[in-house]
Each structure stands twice: as C-alpha cells, then as structure tokens.
Design a protein around this ligand. Structure first.
Ligand code: GLU
Length: 472
C-alpha cells in the first residue's frame, strides 16, 4: 500500500446522482480532493448514473453546484458512468475469455428456489456456483445468461486499508457475483472497477459502507491482473446522539447550509475536522488543509455532526473575514429582502458598517438582516418590541436627545456619547435606558450594533430625522 515516489496520485469522487450532495458525500469529496492536491496529483469526478430510474439531472446539477460552492474543482472531463456500458461489457467478456468468469444460465425461478432452500436450512443466502463448472452447451439453445466472476473458494482475502487497517474476509463468503446482466448491462460492481482502472485511480477514498464491496472489487482487479489501488474507507458521520446521520439530525444537502448563511470556507473547515485532525488545530485554512492532509489523520471511529458547532465556527469565519468579501456575500441577501439594488454609495456604507456588524453575526443572513436598518426608508416601520419600547416616557427622552444632538457639529462616537451621557446623568438614568429607545427609533428594532456606531453610520441628518419621527 505504499506509494512509489514516482507514481502520480489519482483520486476520484463518484457520487450516485439520486439526491442532493449531503454532508457525508461532501466530506468524501473533500478528502479525495485534498489528498490529490496534497500530492500534486489529480482529483477526478465521476457521476455514477447507471441506475437510470433513480438518477436525475436535477441531482447531478445539485451535486456539481454543491462541489463548486465548496471550492472543489476537478481535473479532466467529468466521467458519466452510463456512457461507458460498452467498455464495461467488454471487460466482462475479457474475464470470460480468460476463464475468470463464466456464463450462468440459472433462471430467476431456479435462483428463487435456491434461496428459499438456503433460508429453510438457515444457510447464508448466496449464489451456489451451479454453473461454475458446467459447460454452456448444457443450456437450452438461446437461453439468456448472466456473466459471473469465478471467485476464490478457499482461504481469505485481506485488504490493508489506509484507515481501517488490515481487514479480512473468508473467500467462501464472497459468492460468484454477477458482472453482466442477461440484458447485457453491467452491474454496479463491474462498472466501478472498470472505471477506476481506466481513470487510473490510485487511491479510493470513500465511506466505509463500501468496505464490503471492496473485497468483490479486489477479486475482479486481481482476475484482470490490474494494479490494486490503495483503499481508504472513512467512517460515516453520525448525529449528535451517536446514531447514523439522518434527516432528523438536520442532515441536509450542502445547499441548505449555504442557504442558511453558512460560509463555504466555514463549511469546508467544519467538514474537514469531522473525521480528520491535525493536532488541536481548529481553524484550518484551505492552504493549510492541502499542506497537512493525509490519510493517517483520519480517525477510525464515526464523527458526530454538531450543527451548533458549525454555527459557532461560521461566526468565527465571519468575524475573521475580509470586510469587502462579506459585502459581496451579503449584498444579494439585502437586495432580495428589500427589493432594491444597492448603489455604489450604499455598498460603501455597508463596507463601513461591516466591522461592527460582523462581530455579532453567526451567519450571513443574520449579518444581512442586521444591516437592513442602514437602507430603510423613513418613517421606519417598528417591529413589535420596538413599538412597545417607545412609550410616552421614551418619546420624551428622544425629544431631549434630539435637541441635545441637533447643534452638535462634531459627529463622532466620542462627542455623541458625551451628549447622550449628559442627558442620562441629568435624568438619573442608566445609559441603557436611553440607548434602547434610540435604537428603536434609529433601526426599528431592539437589537443593533452599538448605538453610537449606528449614529455615525447613519450620519447626522438621517439620525436626527429618524429620532424626530418618533419623539414627542
Ligand atoms: N456511487 C457510490 C456512492 O455514491 C460510491 C462508489 C464508490 O465510491 O466506489 O455511494
């Protein structure tokens, strides 16, 4: 399983397009991509769309969009498995010609009876090799057949998995499985092996739900005398309660997390740490991930998905993000919410507000909605809490604040704060008692950045007008 220095690493992500790109799939994609990038090799994408009934274009689009969003790019052309059926069949016939496979003419009824009997005798239900040593001439003229692999019967097969270590099965447990169906279509098992070989895949990194398949696939690889890949079967992701991840745990497509305002880099970092570690490092950039990623850092036990941790990490990414990058990410939300197109000046205002806005948001939607006050038209609609807050006393306070600020020329945080503090002291009130009605009048809600930041961002004229709208 050691990699020769000269060999180019080739990995692949091979999703079946039967649904969205769920987070387990996204993580598998990332690990393949990172391993290839780390080794300066190739990361390939293969869409396993052989199950025509379950594969949809919509799912293909969603998967590709999800991968794009995560910033995972792929080398060479995307391979569509369904387009390669003729090549798959060719290999089945090659195995037949070399004596490593055989035609099985057993009818469906015969096989059903075989299974019934095995069940009755409490034996494992698997194909019993009834056509393994029979001559095809014994079959009725023109009878349909499948092609089965002639697997080893004695001994055991061992895989040295880069994550799971040595894993063995008795060869007797692997029956002579079907390569080519009677209608000439390849089975999934055949298609995967042929495609991986033809694409030159050196490392198979995938969920450990495929470990059982690996033995069958390896049997085929050996029968073809092809080079064996390195297997790395990564443990599945579990929910916070330790059970296999399901919708109940919020196991959604990555697009849903994007729509929740999770930053792609935060998602990347979170999924990376879900099953792979580098010491105690929590915040890992893409460049570091490429530099550090290896299979020895992949844990053997299932990791637990924790939506809250993802949100916290996202908050951290937002705090650390470049202000202009955040402007780009939030403008679409703001424009959609308000039904306007932001002018260059309004974008500039957002960039100016970003340092105070980003310190308190856990996701991009929160960030965008906290910025809406900047663009609202007067008189502001007050939300329910703001309405309650602006009682007669509060409106009276707003009047005092308004008249204290109207003559202030030095419109700075320090100067405005000094004025408002003086009113608070004169009225023997805490600063908060004044800040809350100000916030309600200035932003229409009861939560916003620091109130003096708000005054500065809105500017003197707009601030005074908004205060005037709600004062006595
Ligand atoms: N198409 C399979 C899946 O989506 C993956 C096959 C493989 O990685 O070998 O689960």
């Amino acid at each position: 399983m050691t990699l020769k220095e000269t060999e180019q690493v080739v990995t692949r992500f091979a999703p079946s397009p039967t649904g969205f790109l769920h987070i387990g799939g996204a993580r598998t994609a990332m690990f393949n991509w990172l391993f290839a990038r780390h080794h300066g090799g190739k990361a390939l994408l293969r869409i396993e769309d052989t199950d025509k009934a379950r594969s949809t274009q919509e799912a293909i689009d969603a998967i590709i969009e999800g991968l794009d969003w995560l910033g995972l790019d792929w080398d060479d052309e995307t391979v569509f498995q369904s387009e390669r059926a003729a090549r798959h069949a060719e290999v089945a016939y090659q195995l037949l010609a070399s004596g490593n496979a055989y035609k099985c003419f057993a009818t469906p009824e015969e096989l059903a009876a075989m299974r019934e009997q095995q069940k009755a005798e409490k034996k494992p239900m698997r194909y019993d090799g009834r056509w393994r040593d029979r001559d095809p001439s014994e079959a009725p003229e023109g009878a349909p057949y499948v092609i089965r692999l002639k697997t080893e019967t004695g001994g055991k097969m061992t895989i040295t998995d880069a994550v799971q270590g040595e894993v063995s099965v008795q060869n007797s447990e692997i029956d002579d499985f079907i390569l080519l169906r009677s209608d000439g279509t390849p089975t999934y098992m055949l298609a995967v092996v042929v495609d991986d070989h033809d694409m030159g895949v050196t490392h198979l990194i995938r969920g450990d739900d495929h470990l059982n398949n690996a033995f069958r696939q390896l049997a085929m690889i050996r029968a073809m005398d092809w080079k064996e890949p390195v297997y790395a079967h990564i443990p599945l992701i579990h929910g916070n309660d330790g059970a296999k991840l399901s919708k109940r745990h919020g196991a959604l497509g990555v697009d849903a997390y994007r729509d929740m305002g999770i930053m792609a880099d935060a998602m990347f970092n979170y999924l990376l740490r879900l099953g792979w570690g580098h010491g105690d490092d929590e915040i890992i950039s893409r460049a570091q991930a490429i530099e550090w990623f290896d299979l020895s850092g992949v844990g053997k036990s299932p990791s637990r998905f924790d939506a809250k941790k993802l949100q916290n990490l996202n908050g951290q990414y937002i705090r650390d993000a470049d202000d202009n990058a955040l402007v780009e990410l939030t403008v679409p939300w703001i424009e959609k919410e308000l039904g306007i197109i932001l002018s260059p000046a309004q974008r500039e205002l957002l960039a100016k507000a970003m340092p105070v806005l980003k310190s308190r948001a856990k996701n991009l939607i929160e960030l965008a909605s906290n910025s809406l006050f900047l663009y609202k038209n007067r008189p502001l609609d007050l939300d329910e809490k703001a309405q309650v807050l602006l009682d007669a006393d509060a409106r009276q306070l707003l009047a005092s604040i308004h008249s204290a600020l109207i003559d202030l020329d030095d419109w700075t945080i320090v100067a405005t704060e000094e004025k408002v503090k003086a009113i608070a002291e004169a009225a023997e009130l805490g600063l908060g008692k004044l800040a809350q009605p100000m916030r309600a009048a200035l932003t229409g809600s009861t939560s916003s950045p620091g109130i003096f930041d708000v005054l500065i961002l809105l500017g003197k004229k707009e601030s005074l007008n908004r205060l005037a709208d709600h004062k006595n």
